[in-house]
Design a protein around this ligand. Sequence first.
Ligand SMILES: Cc1ncc(C[n+]2csc(CCOP(=O)(O)OP(=O)(O)O)c2C)c(N)n1
Ligand SMILES: [Mg+2]
Length: 299
Amino acid sequence: MILAQETQTPNRTPDDAGERLQKVSRAAYRIRHHALTMGEVQGQGYVGQALGAADMLAAVYADQLRFRADDPEWEERDRFLLSTGHYAIGHYAALAEAGIIPVKELETYGSDDSRLPMSGMSTYTPGMEISGGSLGHGLTIAVGMALGLRYQGSTARIYNFLSDGELDEGSTWEAAMGAHHHQLGNLTAMVDINALQADGRTDTVLRTEPVTEKWEAFGWHTQRVDGNDMAALLAAFDNAASQAAAVGRPSVILCDTKVGRGVPLLEDREKAHFMRIEEHEWQLCRQQLTAGFERTAGK
Ligand SMILES: Cc1ncc(C[n+]2csc(CCOP(=O)(O)OP(=O)(O)O)c2C)c(N)n1
Ligand SMILES: [Mg+2]
């Protein structure tokens, strides 16, 4: 029952704050469920990232983003740019939740001839605006798009999803400077700070803290929130779209998240960047996810 899609217009926000929170929380639950479906096809992969970022993705796709599910290239759509190609598993889950790709198709994830490769590719997948793989390019493209749309007089917004590992890339900070220089109030970046990179904990690979002060110094409207707290996320996105846009500042939402969030079995797993999950564990993962959801927002 919970898994049935609720509406054909997932980006329409209910006026009532409680209903809104419930709607988006349910979307996050389904995104997590879809991610487990895809993970099981491969038996391993970037499942922990998808679970950790599910609330961010739900806040965007079920609440903030303006799009048409039946016309992913609609000229006036807001653009969501996935900078981190390996997070495609989470993005596909959100695209399915939004009705842009069929839920059934998720079962082809990472298979030969699938439209859903393990790293996001714009030419393969409806709703995938850019190709990923080489980290640190998403924000540079986002700046160009935001500038271009402004020249065209468009009211569309650009949302760029980055990982904390991408803060190691010089190109990210060049783009950050450019966005401030051009006063791109139509640009919102969100950074998944899961404290993890491919080679270990972020603070052991390359210390990026203090992250908040860095973005502020680069002239961005900066908010830092618990990225697994839906109410906090929605408030931050609202602020970004109103306050920041009004004064022509790009906005960043720094989201502290937990890898594997919602499935206790996976929350503290070693080698979480590319997780191996055994055949007998998937059912338990789904049970834990549903039990946790029903205990909290699902009632
Ligand atoms: C320019 C570039 N350098 C290195 C890599 C190899 N790489 C793939 S994923 C990854 C980790 C990046 O950090 P993050 O996205 O925070 O990792 P996660 O949270 O998913 O574990 C790295 C270094 C890459 N894809 N692109
Ligand atoms: Mg990370």
